[in-house]
Design a protein around this ligand. Structure first.
Ligand code: SAM
Length: 441
């Protein structure tokens, strides 16, 4: 993993550690360089080594940057502006690339960046969000799985960079200088919440504060992060109502609702590795990695409510960690059926812990806590659909399969069609009536 080091060799924390898993990376094709339109930073859109120019300077930047040629750490660095034809600022992205990466990118996606469509009219507004600064609110009612925003990044950067800090600063400046002047203005408006003590230089502070996960790009294993005009304004919640992803082919961030969001409600994503952890651990992680004290609804709870919230997170966390045991218990429940007589106190506990009840507990806890775990929703809903199929409860099978279909869209699981088919024909699954014994409740 590459890391920024300062002169003394000290490792400087890099941004974007919350980034989502890498995209598939593959190989090669040449990139055209040059510029046809002198008013655009790189109208030809291929690789250019851009002039150093002071970043945030008014006026287009173009041409070659002699001063960057000696910057060569972990491979040669190039700065590419895409697309290759003149594009309006909101469709133009500057990318910090290492040797061979542009060719790899174009080999994988020769039409990179492919066209995409964003919801029109827009479904959000950027507003003042109080102590958290600016934030995004929904301007229409949104259902689970709905696309809230789709946006091309202003710039993409490697998450961790191994080079002299002053060299790193020059490359950052060169990336910004290569950006369309309007995009430089947008970048200038983004906040640096890191402060001098947490970022080695101002621009890195801006990137570290605002970058969103992209994953790995073809031709390099390192993770990338990107800045975007509006999606960067989405604040964090430990119970987020939205989730973002990056679509490499179209070079666009996608923001989707993971539960219904009402018009006027703020949109939140999670910056955490795993939001299903205790409040003090979440707060510690956010402070350490992002330098802010979380003021989300769940971190602001006090007394019994805060205790209950921690208990809910523990249930979600444990269930996530406990898949194998869960499977064994579910198999046991299937094989043995439920007791037909009223259970004793001890048996009642055992009944609560069977594989079916565990799934119910995990699902209702996730709903109560507003925290849909990305690793847990599908196995849990699959379990509930199977269990209710076995019990021939058509209504419940339909309900849980519909929830799964919606979440499959929100989490881009690719299984929405299968879930829709189950919801449509609950009695046709291979689990229907498989265990022909009633569950005692
Ligand atoms: C990616 S920016 C989000 C947009 C930012 N609010 C703005 O004004 O541009 C991340 C910064 O927003 C603030 N922030 C985001 N979520 C927060 C939360 N739950 N509690 C407090 N501050 C938060 C922090 O200062 C954080 O460094």
């Amino acid at each position: 993993m590459q890391r920024v080091r300062d002169k003394a060799g000290e490792c400087i924390e890099s941004f974007g550690e919350n980034l989502k898993p890498p995209h598939s990376s593959t190989t090669l094709a040449p990139v055209v360089t040059g510029s046809a339109d002198p008013t655009a930073p790189d109208a030809a859109g291929g690789i250019v080594r851009v002039p150093p120019g002071p970043y945030f300077k008014d006026g287009p930047a173009q041409g070659r940057l002699p001063g960057l040629e000696d910057v060569n750490f972990g491979g040669k660095i190039e700065i590419a502006v895409f697309p290759r034809t003149p594009a309006p600022p909101h469709l133009s992205t500057s990318i910090w690339l290492y040797d061979g990466m542009a060719a790899s990118l174009l080999a994988l996606h020769p039409d990179f960046p492919a066209d995409f469509s964003a919801p029109s009219p827009p479904r959000y507004e950027i507003v003042d969000a109080g102590s958290a600064g600016r934030g995004m609110v929904a301007s229409v009612d949104l259902a689970t799985g709905d696309t809230i925003a789709r946006e091309r990044p202003l710039a993409l950067f490697p998450v961790a960079i191994a080079m002299d800090m002053n060299d790193a600063r020059r490359v950052y400046e060169a990336v910004v200088a290569s950006m369309h002047i309007e995009n430089q203005r947008v970048l200038r408006a983004l906040k640096n919440w890191k402060g001098a003590d947490r970022a080695p230089f101002y621009l890195k502070g801006v990137v570290d504060t605002n970058a969103i996960g992209v994953g790995a790009l073809p031709g390099n294993k390192g993770l990338y992060g990107g800045l975007a005009r509006d999606i960067c304004r989405v604040n964090h919640s430990c119970s987020p109502n939205a989730r973002h992803s990056f679509d490499l082919r179209t070079n666009s961030f996608v923001l989707r609702a993971v539960r219904p969001i009402r018009k006027g409600e703020e949109v939140y994503i999670s910056y955490l590795h795993n939001p299903a952890t205790l409040r003090k651990d979440r707060q510690e992680e956010l402070l350490r990695r992002y330098g802010f004290v979380c003021s989300c609804k769940y971190c602001s709870l006090t007394g019994q409510e805060s205790f209950d919230s921690d208990s809910n997170r523990a249930i979600i966390y444990i269930r996530w960690d406990d898949r194998e045991l869960d499977e064994a218990l579910f198999a046991q429940w299937l094989a043995e059926g439920a007791p037909k007589t009223r259970p004793t106190a001890f048996e009642e506990l055992a009944l609560k812990l069977n594989g079916f009840r565990m799934a119910e507990l995990a699902w209702t806890t996730m709903l109560r806590e507003g925290c849909i775990s990305d690793n847990l929703w599908e196995p849990v809903l699959a379990r509930l659909v199977k269990a209710h199929s076995v019990l021939k409860d058509e209504k419940k099978v339909r309900y849980y399969a519909t929830k799964a279909a919606e979440l499959a869209v929100a989490f881009e699981a690719g299984s929405e069609r299968e879930w829709e088919a189950v919801a449509k024909n609950p009695t046709k699954t291979d689990w229907w009536g498989k265990r022909n014994r009633a569950l005692a409740t």
